[in-house]
Design a protein around this ligand. Structure first.
Ligand code: MLT
Length: 245
């Protein structure tokens, strides 16, 4: 396995060469997707465009669907919910199709959707992602951070580092054997520095600060916890994620 970390969808090569590609948006899209599937959602459909989301979701009965929309950290008017994983309760999610569009996270997933295997990762499901990688051992693994509007995000990079470090530990191999680009070395170093205070790191992150201004401290706490949900979202068809069996 060789890992290549890309900090944003914009920095990800257009020509997809990954055997397995992983999108990360710790704050908060992939944390929300993991939580929705864990809470019983049947599937999550991701869109970068709100109008397309509304149009495509019309094909599902209103009682079987939920629309989630976020821009700038806030809920999009007219949607059932915004992008807080804390809203993804079993009562709300059970048996539903979730249609979601967020500022950056859903764009990261779209960027890698042509890969043979597409996963969604967050700190909360790091373990489930690592289990999959250790079992399948794909040759080229791309990790794409959502970032924020084209810029680097600390929270996505630290999660990438947490995944690579854990794979190295589980396989008993050196980081040298797993590293495919310089960004991967940086991601692991960031994780090694902050692994015991991930919430502290999220307080330094620009999007963490944005969410704190929006009174989302509980979201930060939830999204900063490692390995709490054993759920792996995997793409079943372009733009649709389901729980890996
Ligand atoms: C995004 O896609 O940029 C994020 O998930 C924003 C958020 O925190 O809702």
């Amino acid at each position: 396995m060789k890992f290549s970390v890309f900090h944003t969808p914009e920095l990800t090569p257009i020509q997809n060469a990954a055997d397995c590609a992983i999108a990360i948006d710790v704050l908060r899209a992939t944390s929300t997707i993991v939580t929705a599937l864990s809470a019983g959602a049947d599937a999550v459909h991701v869109f970068s465009d709100m109008e397309k989301l509304v149009h495509e979701s019309e094909s599902v009965l209103p009682e079987k669907r939920l629309r989630a929309g976020e821009r700038g950290g806030s809920k999009v008017a007219g949607c059932d919910l915004g992008n807080s994983p804390l809203d993804c309760t079993p009562e709300l999610m059970g048996g539903k199709q979730l249609f979601i569009s967020t500022t950056n996270g859903t764009r990261a997933l779209q960027k890698i959707q042509a890969s043979p295997s597409v996963l969604a990762a967050a700190l909360i499901n790091r373990h489930a992602v690592v289990d999959y990688l250790v079992e399948h051992q794909p040759e080229a693994v791309w990790i794409v951070g959502a970032g924020w509007e084209g810029s680097f995000a600390l929270e996505d990079t630290v999660c990438a580092g947490a995944i690579v470090q854990s794979v190295a530990d589980r396989l008993g191999c050196s980081l040298e054997e797993l590293v495919g680009n310089d960004e991967t070395v940086g991601a692991v170093a960031l994780y090694q520095r902050w692994q015991d205070d991930l919430l502290g790191l999220l307080h330094h992150a620009s999007h963490g600060k944005r969410l704190l201004r929006l009174h989302c401290l509980e979201d930060l706490k939830y999204c900063s916890t490692l390995d709490t949900l054993n759920v792996l979202p995997i793409q079943s068809e372009i733009g649709t994620l389901v729980k890996h069996a």
